[in-house]
Design a protein around this ligand. Structure first.
Ligand SMILES: [Zn+2]
Length: 276
């Protein structure tokens, strides 16, 4: 039997107010969900590698209602609920700018299972990037109250702290935060944390298949352009051999070979394809 972990990415992409102050050097604000969602995506992959099952309770860009999130986890009988967030103090870079990590459990649960899970995750989050550790707190948050399994909400930094705001878009910080959550969850469930094989070693020469309902484009060149589309694959169909993985305008593609040796390019996003 494997444990089921419900993963909650906090908010929708356009949830009002959930964003950093205006960042001059970037000419924009950073939305909280830009961070939360990336960490949840990476954590999802890591937990599966460690032998967990996962449930993404809010997998779209929409602002999934909190009750929908908790209902999904309760209905599925999840063994733990982890909600990943980024904190805010006063919504401005002016005045005091506290920073750091804090974790929340429902009031009265510090010495129960949720508290134990929070301590495991908190101990792992303390590693890596140097941040102030603000500890484990109690709060009557909806997702902590309405879930029927141990539930922890993590605040991985402050959106209105100048340095921590920039960490929200830092891929190395996403990865680190995801690994730390995975290690903490493994520790709590007494599972071995398995370091994912490096991308380099793990995909070359392996088969890739579409897991997308409908037509998935593949390309004659490393490109996302309509005019480079070479054809489509259906769910369950793919290419026998991956040659390489490359970044194309910021999103990864696999360079693949078909059975006749012709070379094509296809998205590497795990939402659309799986490596066998
Ligand atoms: Zn939040």
């Amino acid at each position: 039997m494997s444990f089921l972990i419900a993963l909650d990415d906090g908010h929708g992409m356009n949830t009002k107010g959930k964003q950093s102050p205006y960042i001059l050097s970037m000419n924009r604000r950073i939305k909280e969900n830009e961070f939360n969602r990336r960490v949840v995506d990476e954590l999802n992959v890591l937990l599966k590698k460690c032998g967990f099952q996962t449930l993404l309770v809010a997998s779209t860009d929409h602002d999934t209602p909190l009750s929908t999130r908790t209902n999904r986890a309760n209905r599925a009988g999840a063994d733990a609920y982890v909600s990943i967030h980024y904190n805010a103090y006063d919504g401005t870079f002016k005045g005091p700018n506290p920073g750091g990590i804090e974790l929340y459990v429902y009031p009265g649960h510090l010495n129960k299972e949720a508290g134990r899970l929070a301590r495991s995750i908190g101990a792992a989050l303390k590693q890596g990037t140097k941040q102030n550790y603000r500890g484990i707190k109690e709060a009557d948050f909806f997702v902590l109250r309405e879930t029927s399994m141990p539930a922890v909400l993590t605040e991985c930094g402050f959106m209105d702290h100048p340095d921590e705001a920039l960490l929200m878009l830092n891929p190395a910080f996403h990865k680190e935060t995801a690994i730390e959550h995975a290690k903490g969850i493994c520790e709590y469930f007494n599972m071995n944390y398995k370091e994912g094989k490096s991308k380099e070693a793990s995909f070359k020469g392996r088969r890739i298949e579409s897991i997308h309902e409908g037509n998935l484009r593949f390309y004659a060149a490393p490109s996302w352009k309509d005019e480079d589309v070479a054809g489509y694959v259906q769910k369950g169909i793919g290419f026998p051999s991956i040659i390489d993985r490359l970044s194309v305008n910021g999103s990864d593609q696999y360079k693949v070979k078909n059975s006749k040796g012709s070379v094509f390019y296809i998205t590497a996003h795990e939402k659309y394809v799986t490596v066998k």
